[in-house]
Design a protein around this ligand. Structure first.
Ligand code: ASP
Length: 306
């Protein structure tokens, strides 16, 4: 199939200039949005076609964010949300669902699915671009890009920065995408988690047994949700012990630099990986990640057919 189409399944083929252009386009969209929304309300695009948003796994932020981004970029989003009420319930496969929706001629696909689906194969079998909106444990490229966009907005570069992940690293597709992005943008990754939540094959990165050591090292800390739905039933540990050793609260977060950033991709298990009081810390930019995510996705969508 043509390799000229701009699918986004993984991040490892992106280059630094390409990502920096994406960041600058996202920031321009943000400035324009703020200007026009607040003054004259003249923020709109002409209709360019439809986009198929196929979410075979649950989502709130990513789905709404892509939906908003499609609308702002001029594409009407056609949404499949979780499969309830569709022929998936009658046993139709995800692949068949995609080929049938394709016959309705959307301009591109945005897909969230589990590891059993081969998104690379689907991408190779159709001519429309495919954007990965969270694929099992394999990756969540736009989440890693919106995280780094939010850091870039503050620091103007990611080079030499230390990003600490705390929590369920083993099951996190967000981490998988950051491991692809870090060498391109020049940041370092650190992990802090109980052994049960660390991957068995450790990538090249710092591992901090004590969270405080990791927080001292970090420029930004990304707390991750304990993904109970992906744990084996025998792999049970006490959430109270987890909270005690790895939960972020106002006291513990004092170890992070004054100009550091506190992030979370959501959804948050309050009282496990993070106390709600953290949101009042001026270094917390969890909702800014959500806000920036729409501009980042809009910039990607606008770039699809250029
Ligand atoms: N929202 C993120 C994801 O889809 C993180 C999470 O679910 O915990 O991977």
């Amino acid at each position: 199939m043509p390799s000229s189409k701009s699918s986004l399944i993984k991040l490892d083929r992106l280059t630094t200039p390409k990502i920096e252009k994406l960041f600058s386009d996202s920031m321009t969209l943000k400035q324009n949005f703020n200007k026009h929304q607040l003054s004259s309300g003249v923020y709109h695009s002409g209709y360019k076609g439809t986009a198929a948003l196929l979410f075979f796994e649950p989502s709130t932020r990513t789905r709404f964010s892509f939906e908003a981004a499609c609308s702002r970029a001029g594409y009407h989003p056609l949404i499949l949300d979780g499969g309830v009420g569709t022929s998936l319930e009658k046993g139709e496969t995800i692949e068949d669902t995609i080929y049938n929706i394709r016959a309705m001629r959307p301009m591109f696909f945005i897909v969230r699915c589990n590891d059993l689906v081969n998104l690379n194969e689907i991408d190779a079998s159709i001519s429309e671009p495919v954007l990965n909106a969270g694929w099992g444990r394999q990756g969540h490229p736009t989440q890693a890009l919106l995280d780094t966009l939010t850091m870039f907005e503050k620091w103007n570069t990611l080079k030499g920065k230390n990003i600490l992940f705390v929590g369920d690293i083993k099951h996190s597709r967000v981490v998988s995408s950051h491991l692809e992005l870090a060498p391109i943008l020049g940041y370092k990754i650190g992990f802090s988690a109980p052994p049960e939540l660390l991957p068995s094959v450790k990538p090249q990165c710092e591992v901090f047994t004590k969270l405080d050591d990791g927080l001292n090292w970090a420029d930004a800390v990304i707390a991750l949700r304990v993904q109970k739905e992906r744990h084996d039933s025998e792999n049970i540990f006490l959430l109270e012990d987890y909270r005690e050793a790895y939960g972020l609260n106002l006291k513990r977060i004092q170890a992070l630099k004054q100009d550091g950033l506190i992030m979370h991709p959501g959804p948050i298990n309050y009282g496990i990986e993070l106390e709600s009081e953290i949101l009042s810390d001026p270094r917390s930019c969890i909702l800014k990640q959500v806000e920036n995510g729409v501009f980042l996705r809009e910039a990607i969508i606008r770039g699809l057919f250029n």
